[in-house]
Write a protein that binds this ligand. Structure first.
Ligand code: ZN
Length: 146
């Protein structure tokens, strides 16, 4: 199972859940290779949703409702502070472009990591597209607008 979204996958060796795209990789918790038929607990469209679902999947059932509320609240707070740091993120985008103002996930990732921003690279691109800072050129490249 794969696609544009993210899967919450349960490792059959250690029963811990984690998120990634597709299946057949290594469990980040115990290092065992994931089986192709590893249990997919749920699938979500975005990284923030994934963060919540993974946390919930690793929580005993009776505590999940409380945790879900707390995580959703945190997410709201997180979204609330985002515009404040957006100037820094625009600089990150600028520093990732080549001489034609074009950037890729590959060029953006190291600059983003170095900037200390905890935002996911896909989220940043999505946000920049929404704000009209980036225009998608093809599957891998974006044009930075002035
Ligand atoms: Zn594992």
């Amino acid at each position: 199972m794969s696609g544009a979204g993210w899967n919450v996958v349960r490792c059959s060796a250690c029963s811990t859940c984690h998120g990634h795209r597709g299946t057949g990789r290594i469990c980040p918790h115990c290092g065992q290779k994931l089986q192709a038929d590893a249990e997919i607990v749920t699938s979500v469209a975005t990284a923030p949703e994934l963060r919540i679902e993974v946390a919930l999947a690793n929580t005993p059932e009776e505590l999940r409702e409380t945790l879900r509320k707390r995580l959703l609240l945190n997410q709201k707070l997180f979204h609330h502070v985002e515009p404040l740091s957006f100037k820094g993120l625009a600089q990150v985008l600028l520093n990732s472009t080549d001489e034609n103002g074009v950037l890729t996930v590959k060029s953006l990732q190291p600059v983003l990591t170095e900037s200390g921003n905890l935002i996911d690279v896909d989220n940043l691109i999505e946000m920049a597209e929404t704000q009209g800072l980036l225009v998608r050129l093809d599957a891998y490249r974006w044009q930075l607008l002035e």
